[in-house]
Design a protein around this ligand. Structure first.
Ligand code: SF4
Length: 227
């Protein structure tokens, strides 16, 4: 949590503008937590790396009270192109349908990173045979979060995070260590969230069912198909 803004920190940054004091007062302070596209609370921009639509669901739901979100889909670890495209289209569909349903306007944006599985193979070289959750995955996280930090910088977004921690199969401590390190190196803040807590993973399953999202049964790389 050293370099990051915690959830609490983010909440402290949300504020009422001069033009909207009355509507905010009338509505009560709990309105600051509304997910709707209201204009009376200024939210901070966040770049959220996303591995897939299903994992993004509960994360986005939890973040919208405090952040305007740019979803960054950078996943060259999905070594099968057809699978990559399917997950990408489900991600886009979820953003579109969720935004429409909750009257969010343009509060969730989508940006696709470069898709080149060669980047992934190069990053995990020598660790292809590692078990899932081992060094191969750490290198995979680092690859994706490095790109997320670079994209946040490019877009002028100060804070970045990832949906990866919603999965019980992903190591939160390692992800946070990498994210924090990259934040320091790039002059950014790391959104330190273990999204699986408070039944976040279960919520992502519920929401995926609600939106009829495709949920894959392997992590992404060709090696995870055998794990
Ligand atoms: S199992 Fe998942 S996290 Fe691990 S290397 Fe493969 S795609 Fe990356």
């Amino acid at each position: 949590m050293t370099a990051g803004k915690t959830d609490d920190g983010a909440k402290k940054e949300a504020y009422v503008t001069a033009e909207n004091v009355s509507s905010f007062s009338d509505a009560g302070s709990t309105q600051a937590g509304s997910i709707h596209g209201n204009s009376y609370v200024k939210r901070q921009p966040l770049l959220l790396h996303s591995c897939c639509g299903p994992c993004s669901t509960a994360c986005i739901e939890r973040l919208l009270s405090d952040w305007d979100i740019t979803v960054f889909y950078y996943n060259p670890n999905i070594t099968d192109k057809e699978e990559y495209e399917l997950r990408k289209s489900e991600q886009i569909r979820f953003i579109r349908e969720y935004s429409r349903k909750n009257l969010l306007g343009e509060r969730i944006n989508f940006v696709e990173g470069k898709y080149d599985p060669a980047e992934y193979y190069s990053a995990v070289s020598g660790h292809e045979g590692d078990r899932e959750g081992g060094k191969r995955c750490e290198l995979c996280f680092r690859l994706r979060l490095t790109a997320a930090a670079a994209e946040a910088k490019k877009l002028g977004i100060d804070t970045f995070g990832t949906t990866l921690t919603v999965s019980p199969y992903k190591n939160y401590d390692i992800i946070t260590m990498i994210g924090t390190e990259l934040a320091v190196a790039n002059g950014l803040s790391w959104l330190d969230r273990d999204f699986k807590k408070k039944a976040g993973y279960q919520r992502s399953i519920e929401m995926s069912k609600e939106y009829g999202l495709y949920r894959q049964h392997f992590c992404g790389c060709e090696f995870s198909k055998q794990d």
